[in-house]
Design a protein around this ligand. Structure first.
Ligand code: 58G
Length: 232
């Protein structure tokens, strides 16, 4: 069974989008993963095919209806591999981490519910065992781009997609440090040269320099990561 992303969206034409290109796109064509975009509007009941309604308690904007979302989730669960977790992309969710991405990539796939409007009726999350995940502390106009970010992070880890070149990068992130800086030719760019140590051929010195650079970047840019390095 190949890893499958089952996406519930009001804009199925957004998929595969960028995931149809480059490494993910090649892997999709090769059958290393699969994607099914299901149109939430197909589960609307009235002749206008409406999926949203005004918020209880008043306020601006519209809310995605619980009955429509629940029917869409039920259809996705039937179309997805057994044990695929259902995820709602939301700024209120648990922050997505590389560790969670690794776990999702090892599983059978994901069901991704993409919200629009002001969000989803709360009751569907509780009624259908849906996990909430956030890709960062900002608000998007729809969950679709967040779903694509999550899928991209998973797909590049699937066997055969990136080969082994990803492994070291993953380990470096898993170790809790940011990546060291990279260089390639030319040796001199507008007076900025490649650090001599990288041209020395001394791999012990190079490893030490890279580790120091990674630590320095992490300390200054991500004190939160630096504070919990080595833990967990
Ligand atoms: C406030 C506004 C709450 C995921 C909109 C919920 C989805 C950010 C992320 C929403 C998203 C993220 C409707 C549009 C969810 C709904 C969606 N924004 N940070 N927007 O992962």
């Amino acid at each position: 069974m190949t890893w499958k992303a089952t996406v519930l969206t009001l804009f199925p034409e957004m998929f595969p989008g960028p995931l149809g290109l480059s490494l993910a796109g090649k892997a999709l064509v090769e059958g290393l993963w699969s994607l099914e975009a299901i149109d939430i509007r197909d589960f609307a009941k009235d002749k206008h095919r409406s999926v949203d309604d005004t918020p209880a308690g008043g306020g601006a904007g519209m809310v995605m209806r619980v009955d429509i979302a629940a029917a869409a989730i039920d259809a996705a669960k039937a179309a997805a591999p057994a044990e695929s977790p259902a995820i709602y992309l939301s700024p209120r969710g648990t922050p997505l981490t590389q560790e969670r991405v690794q776990a999702l990539a090892k599983g059978p796939g994901v069901i991704l519910l993409c919200g629009r409007f002001e969000g989803l009726d709360q009751r569907v999350l509780d009624a259908r065992d849906i996990e909430e995940i956030s890709i960062g502390d900002y608000v998007l106009s729809g969950g679709d781009l967040a779903a694509q970010v999550l899928m991209d992070a998973c797909v590049r880890l699937l066997p055969g997609v990136l080969g082994n070149v990803g492994t070291l990068t993953e380990e470096s992130f898993a170790s809790g440090l940011l990546e060291y800086p990279h260089y390639t030719r030319p040796r001199d760019f507008e007076g900025q040269t490649i650090p001599d140590v990288l041209l020395s051929g001394d791999h012990e010195k190079i490893d030490k320099w890279r580790r120091e650079q990674a630590e320095e970047f992490t300390k200054t840019r991500r004190p939160d990561l630096w504070a919990k390095r080595g833990k967990a």
